[in-house]
Design a protein around this ligand. Structure first.
Ligand code: GLN
Length: 306
């Protein structure tokens, strides 16, 4: 399979689509990113890689980082974590409060903000130096000791984090959060502020395409069954209230972030990261890349739809 040729063609096709998206500005610092950035990077489990466009410029990975936090919590506590949160698609936006009332403070899944906050709470209770230990874990998984949080992004989100503060309090009122607001929110905002480029992203998540094992050193991050389950959650919940659409049009487990990044996994084959910061309800360019690749019926047809 000539990945290089396919990605190159798709990049050129999508680059010129009429693109009416806007950068997310509810986190003020994200508004400083140039809307013209557009990069793609693919990494295969047999160590081939290819990038095009701004694939080596770092950006705020935002909710993509929630895959790493749930991975760490799952690897420490196993199935026990599912007593604190569910595995169902929410059908609501990432920061919705409504379901928590009927669900009595048990978030539907680990990718909506409420679920990611409960995962942060679990990690706070089990790590000695939570922020540092989590960063060490991310660096190990990525095989890259230079990765870091962005203090600017985390501070910026904190300054405008009213809805996340509300989510914290709501869950706390049901007793499903143990640690203090300042600790949970600080950890959550730091997690979301992690920065990577498309190349780093696609390499980091190769373990999900490789039955839970890192490619470079064979280190087992999650066991095989846990890996399938994280992929299943990405497939069903990775895009919030657009998860069905991504599954329908692309068919791969994936995860978006409001910084404009998307990571998708083709189990046993490769991972692919796309970054285009212009969003509207749907991520205009990033989604178009996946749809175009799919329509080329080339490398994404695992479900053989259509
Ligand atoms: N940090 C963001 C928030 O809580 C994450 C949202 C996202 O990427 N979907 O609003």
């Amino acid at each position: 399979m000539n990945y290089t040729k396919i990605i190159e063609e798709v990049y050129q096709d999508v680059k010129n689509i009429d693109d009416k998206g806007h950068i997310a500005t509810y986190i003020p610092e994200l508004g400083n990113v140039s809307p013209e950035n557009f990069g793609i990077h693919i990494s295969t489990i047999d160590s081939k890689e290819f990038g095009i466009g701004t694939y080596n410029k770092k950006f705020s990975i935002q909710s993509i980082a929630k895959i790493l936090s749930v991975t760490l919590a799952y690897s420490i506590l196993g199935e026990e974590i599912w007593q604190r949160l569910g595995v169902e698609p929410s059908g609501t936006t990432f920061n919705s409060l409504v379901q928590l009332e009927t669900d009595k403070g048990i978030p539907r899944n680990p990718f909506i903000n409420s679920g990611a906050m409960v995962i942060c709470d679990i990690l706070l209770s089990h790590l000695k130096n939570p922020k540092q230990d989590f960063l060490t874990f991310v660096r190990e998984v990525a095989g890259n000791s230079t990765l870091n949080y962005s203090k600017n992004i985390a501070d910026s989100e904190k300054s405008a984090g009213f809805r996340n503060i509300a989510l914290y309090n709501f869950i706390k009122s049901f007793g499903n959060i143990k640690n203090d607001a300042s600790e949970v929110l600080d950890f959550y905002f730091s997690l979301c502020s992690l920065e990577m480029d498309c190349k780093e992203l696609s390499k980091t998540f190769l373990y999900l395409a490789n039955s839970g094992r890192q490619i470079d050193n064979n280190h087992q991050i999650l066991n095989k069954s846990q890996t399938k389950r994280i992929n299943a959650l990405m497939q069903t919940c990775g895009f919030y209230d657009e998860s069905g659409e991504f599954a329908f049009k692309v068919g791969l487990p994936g995860k978006s972030g409001v910084g404009g990044g998307i990571i998708a996994i083709h189990p046993h084959k490769y991972t692919i990261a796309v970054w285009s910061p212009k969003l509207k309800r749907k991520f205009v360019q990033s989604h178009a890349v996946f749809r175009t690749i799919y329509h080329k019926n080339a490398i994404f047809n695992i479900l053989k739809i259509g």
